[in-house]
Write a protein that binds this ligand. Structure first.
Ligand code: C5P
Length: 233
């Protein structure tokens, strides 16, 4: 599985999304559809992106009882996306049920990732609000191991956590990391950030990049620069 840049399509609807992608002539970037776009447009936008030839990460972060997640994953597997995810906090049993639901009759399935702790959750909030007394790094390591035990392929985490996940779960366990900014770019609301080159050095397999590309004056040039720094071509 090759390293790649995934563009976060954080747009309110199909019109803005497709207009943005129309600027890419020859390339078919890997794209991420999150809750905003999916709740606005439903499965139709996923089918349209697929029809246009984009690999798709469907970022819906499922978290419910195992049977419900299994059934939901069965439906998502028919959308033929390339990657999807859930919350590791749903337990190993829920993650196993998700993997089973996602597996197609021919045995294939999209890459399945677990969100460990959201990067918006600080250690202090996790301990106070969630009553988890371990450190955030121990929690992330533990959740990543649980995801691996459930047969998942990797985790979504901050690039700063990718190294500890690789150390705990092995080099082939995938790390998909948002929170990426160009060295000369604006951080926005992201706090724990790295550049594409640094994320590559730390060992991220995929970086998820939104505003540094979508809000750039020339998004295609920004995407190419990002790919060049991260993938090296
Ligand atoms: O615009 P920006 O590059 O900050 O976008 C990052 C994308 O990654 C957004 O879609 C955001 O929801 C997502 N994400 C994140 N941090 C996480 C999980 C997902 O920034 N922990």
């Amino acid at each position: 599985m090759g390293k790649d840049v995934i563009i976060a399509l954080d747009f309110p609807g199909a019109a803005e999304t497709l207009a943005f992608l129309d600027a890419f002539s020859g390339e078919k970037p890997y794209v991420k559809v999150g809750m905003e776009l999916f709740y606005a447009e439903g499965p139709a936008i996923v089918r349209e992106l697929k029809r246009r030839g984009h690999p798709i990460f469907l970022d819906l972060k499922l978290h419910d009882i195992p049977n419900t997640v299994k059934k939901a994953m069965q439906v998502l597997s028919r959308l033929d996306v390339d990657m999807c995810n859930l919350h590791a906090a749903g337990t190993i049993e829920m993650m196993e049920a998700a993997r089973e639901g996602l597996t197609r009759p021919d045995g294939t399935r999209p890459v399945l990732l677990a969100v460990t702790q959201l990067t918006s959750t600080s250690e202090e909030r996790m301990q106070r609000d969630l009553l988890i007394s371990a450190s955030i790094n121990d929690t992330i390591r533990h959740y990543a191991r649980n995801a691996q035990a459930a047969g998942l392929d990797g985790v979504v985490c901050s690039p700063l956590e990718a190294a500890l996940v690789k150390a705990a779960c092995g080099a082939s366990f995938l790390t998909v990391t948002p929170g990426v900014r160009f060295a000369d770019g604006a951080a926005g609301d992201q706090v724990r950030i790295t550049t594409p080159a640094k994320a590559r050095e730390i060992g991220s397999d995929y970086i998820v990049v939104g505003r540094p590309i979508t809000a750039a004056d020339d998004p295609v040039a920004a995407y190419r620069r990002c790919r060049e720094e991260f993938v090296g071509k």
